[in-house]
Design a binder for this molecule. Structure first.
Ligand SMILES: Nc1nc2c(c(=O)[nH]1)N[C@H]1C(S)=C(S)[C@@H](COP(=O)(O)OP(=O)(O)OC[C@H]3O[C@@H](n4cnc5c(=O)[nH]c(N)nc54)[C@H](O)[C@@H]3O)O[C@H]1N2
Ligand SMILES: Nc1nc2c(c(=O)[nH]1)N[C@H]1C(S)=C(S)[C@@H](COP(=O)(O)OP(=O)(O)OC[C@H]3O[C@@H](n4cnc5c(=O)[nH]c(N)nc54)[C@H](O)[C@@H]3O)O[C@H]1N2
Ligand code: SF4
Ligand SMILES: [Mo]
Length: 754
């Protein structure tokens, strides 16, 4: 393998038509598949899974094969754009930054930096040039408040882990390779390929569990592709997982099934948890959950008596009404059945790229909110407030109004709850800068669009995601079409941060800021930047990866452990990745709670139980809506690729046959769907895969707006399900959006299209 780390020349003559094969990590989801990408000149000619990859061993999904289409998409923005009325003008980078300065400067002069905020979208996690530098935009100017997709995503899990383990990012991951009972709640890796649980080919692993005599149980209101592949589907009423899990805890207590195993003597608050769970008997919750008491009891016993078992919960347990209790209870069950930090249970990864430092101080219980939002008075939780508040912060006049917004790799016009209000608010901004590669539903409102490089034009390293991976592996990939004529996103973000801090746009010393940011990050790993300056040849995100690789247990510690891994060695010696083995028990290096033990009982979680009790006792609405994902979609942003959107329309409302009969609709009928905040129309797809009383509409659609530049997506528009999601419907302890499980009315609009 050559020194550039994975480019194999397969033609001797270097012409424009040279065929090359490149090794490259897919940046599109958390599975991090290693791909083999063939190019001819400047075209991608073939993408397939890299069978020699130590991590993914050839696995690939349809999105990965579409990477070339994303790169070649004629609609992709390649040059900075500045708005001139309704038109976009292509400008130089200097002019683009000058325009940012011109727009932002008066706002900050008049109202201070608090009048400007930022939104960080999901792809930042998959792009290390962005992820480690979004902090530059917020940090250099000391922006007091930022927003992110986090509060429509995993915030409840962060809150739960902050309490249980003392670090919001210490997330236990199912050891799927060694478990014999895999309970999947509110996750559908058949579509998502796994989340906060990096593992290629999870469905293949489910087959392997069965072949070694084990079982997989999926708890979901919908019989998903994952449920089809599993051994059992437990159909649950949306939002009732917290009650279901408290009932399991209740059984563990009353039937004397608790077994702490290796955590004996390291767990606090069990009695308080049992006291709270005492009224949640399986019989008391069966009607609300829609799951027979016997099945709940049986599952508790199976979990308690199976040597290697694990419960895993994901987005369906997070962006729902009781996200924090549910996400917390998943790990409480793992703890009480002796399945935390042991093989085949829920384990903490030890990443070889240790982006999250484990040397953090011990923490007391979570702090009371340090600030509240101006308009709704919503409390901050772990530094963020509900994303649905952003619209009113822009639209409501008065002191402290948000007048400037920097959006980094996000499309909140489609992804934020109560999206209609955000759609109305974005045009009220005096300055909106989008760092994005397309003109979509959000960036169409920007004044300046600063495009990043395509995935294939830049190197890639999942320096954040390996912390959630089932094995201690690592990989770095070089750019396939490197370019030096355009700034990398990390450079763009530093320049924006400096402009926001008041520096002249044409005089930003990017290198100096990078040094400063590196020094700050190095100090978190106990490294003094000046002392290692001559030991690294990298800058930007690569220097950070070099730091985190070298400070990992396998790293060379900048010379302290000769022969240990460095980024240079990862690049040169391991083009197919490097694998240091499965997860190992490591609770001592994880726990950062005040007591140093696992702390189960916290007021802000247990204190939310009365709200849950109230819901359990309430009559159920007629119909509630949940979302869904599809393997060929990626939230809102990959619908402009023909091969991914062709075929039957996917933005349909799935309705159970009995509900369809009650509504008087047949397959294909158009219906209006109305919630307390909006109405959309969609075609009905009748299927018994959905629970009665529940309908499902996917998110990320609604590409019919004027002013976007998404020619393919426009033809496959669908509707925006977040026009329906009520902004005030949140999981209270975390502030996370509950975009699943809210009541809707469905009304037929047309006769069935037979
Ligand atoms: N109803 C409902 N709503 C949801 C969810 C749900 O399940 N149901 N899920 C929620 C979740 S989990 C999430 S994470 C959010 C996602 O919400 P967002 O992150 O706001 O939305 P995405 O659709 O991921 O938007 C990605 C944007 O990044 C741009 N982009 C892609 N790659 C790059 C890149 O390399 N650089 C730059 N600069 N830009 C890039 C795309 O053009 C697009 O504009 O949606 C949430 N909203
Ligand atoms: N192909 C593809 N892959 C993706 C994405 C994508 O959009 N497309 N998005 C990425 C992102 S940003 C994320 S966060 C991850 C998410 O990864 P996953 O969590 O696996 O996401 P989903 O496929 O939406 O699965 C969520 C499941 O929760 C169920 N559900 C809804 N409400 C409830 C409830 O109240 N209780 C229970 N028990 N289940 C419920 C839904 O029916 C659905 O099957 O996927 C990532 N990967
Ligand atoms: S599962 Fe698909 S989208 Fe995810 S990393 Fe692998 S190829 Fe890419
Ligand atoms: Mo997400």
């Amino acid at each position: 393998m050559d020194a550039s780390g994975g480019s194999i020349e397969t033609s001797a003559v270097d012409t424009d038509d040279t065929v090359r094969t490149h090794l490259r990590t897919c940046p599109l989801c958390e599975a991090m598949c290693g791909l083999e990408i063939q190019t001819k000149g400047d075209r991608v000619t073939r993408v397939r899974g890299d069978r020699a990859d130590v991590w993914s061993k050839g696995f690939i999904c349809p999105k990965g094969s579409a990477l070339g289409h994303l790169h070649h998409d004629p609609d992709r923005v390649r040059v900075p754009l500045v708005r001139d009325g309704e038109q976009w003008r292509e400008v130089s980078w200097e002019e683009a930054f000058a325009r940012c300065e011109e727009l932002l400067r008066p706002i900050i002069a008049e109202d201070g930096i608090r009048a400007v905020t930022a939104y960080i979208g999901n792809p930042a996690v998959h792009n290390y040039s962005l992820s480690r530098y979004t902090g530059a935009v917020a940090g250099i100017p000391r922006m007091p408040v930022i927003w992110s997709a986090g509060t429509v995503d995993q915030w409840p899990k962060n809150v739960a882990c902050a309490q249980l383990f003392g670090n919001p990012w210490s997330l236990p991951i199912p050891d799927i390779h060694r478990t014999d009972l895999f309970v999947v709640m509110g996750a559908n890796p058949h579509a998502s390929n796994g989340s906060l649980f990096s593992c290629p080919d999870i469905l293949g692993e489910i087959d392997k569990i069965r072949s070694r005599g084990g079982r997989t149980v999926v708890v979901d209101p919908r019989r998903t592709g994952t449920a089809e592949r599993a051994d059992e589907w437990i159909s649950i009423v949306p939002g009732m997982d917290a009650a279901f899990l408290l009932a399991i805890i209740n059984v563990l207590d009353t039937e004397g099934l608790v077994r702490l195993g290796t955590l004996e003597g390291r767990v606090r608050g069990i009695d308080q948890v049992f006291a709270v769970a005492s009224e949640f008997t399986p019989e008391a919750v069966e009607a609300a959950c829609g799951v027979p008491a016997d099945r709940i009891r049986g599952l508790a016993r199976e979990l308690a008596t199976t040597e290697r078992a694990v419960v895993y919960g994901r987005i369906g347990l997070c962006n729902q009404e009781f996200g924090t209790i549910a996400s917390w209870a998943v790990d409480v069950v793992n703890v009480l059945t002796g399945h935390l930090d042991v093989e085949g249970g829920a384990m903490f990864p030890t990443p070889a790229i240790a982006a999250i430092s484990r040397t953090a101080r011990k923490r007391g219980p979570m702090k009371p909110p340090r600030w509240r939002t101006r308009v709704r008075d919503a409390p901050e939780v772990l530094g963020q407030a509900p994303l649905s508040c952003l619209a009113e912060e822009i639209a409501t006049p008065g002191e402290g109004r948000v007048r400037g917004l920097v959006v980094m790799a996000g499309n909140p016009a489609l992804s934020a709850p109560d999206a209609g209000r955000l759609e109305e608010a974005l045009p009220m901004l005096d300055a909106m800068i989008s760092v994005d590669n397309w003109i979509n539903e959000t960036s169409r409102h920007a004044h300046v669009i600063l495009p990043g490089l395509s995935a294939l034009e830049q190197p890639h390293c999942d320096e954040a995601l390996w912390a959630f991976a089932v094995r201690s592996a690592a990989r770095w990939s070089p750019a396939i079409f490197p370019r030096d004529d355009r700034p990398h996103e990390w450079e763009i973000l530093i320049r924006l941060g400096a402009i926001l801090a008041g520096l002249p746009a044409d005089d930003v010393d990017v290198e100096a800021f990078d040094d400063m940011l590196f020094a700050e990050r190095a100090s978190r790993h106990g490294v003094v930047a000046d002392e290692v300056a001559d030991k690294t040849k990298f800058r930007g995100p690569d220097r950070i990866v070099d730091l985190t690789v070298r400070m990992s247990p396998w790293g060379d510690g900048y010379g302290a452990r000769p022969g240990g891994l460095t980024l240079e060695a990862l690049m040169n010696d391991h083009p197919h990745g490097v694998d240091f083995g499965p997860m190992v028990p490591c609770i001592d290096s994880i726990l950062r709670t005040a007591s140093g033990d696992v702390e189960l009982a916290h007021d802000n979680i247990l204190g939310d139980v009365p709200r849950l009790r109230g819901r359990v006792e309430q009559p159920r609405p007629n119909l509630v809506l949940i979302g869904r994902r599809h393997v060929r979609s990626n939230n809102s942003w990959m619908h402009n690729v023909t091969v991914l959107v062709k075929g039957r329309p996917r933005c349909t409302l799935i309705v159970h046959p009995n509900d369809a009969r009650d509504l008087g609709v047949e397959n294909g009928a158009m219906v209006s769907i109305t919630s307390e905040v909006g109405t959309v129309t969609a075609a009905v797809e009748i299927s018994d895969e959905i629970r009665e009383g529940v309908v499902s509409l996917p998110h990320g659609w609604g590409h019919d707006h004027a002013g976007t530049r998404l020619s393919v997506a426009h033809e496959h528009a669908g509707v925006n399900s977040n026009l329906l999601a009520p902004g005030g419907f949140v999981d209270v302890p975390s502030g996370n959006a509950a975009v699943n499980g809210f009541p809707v009315q469905v009304v037929p609009l047309s006769p069935a299209l037979r």
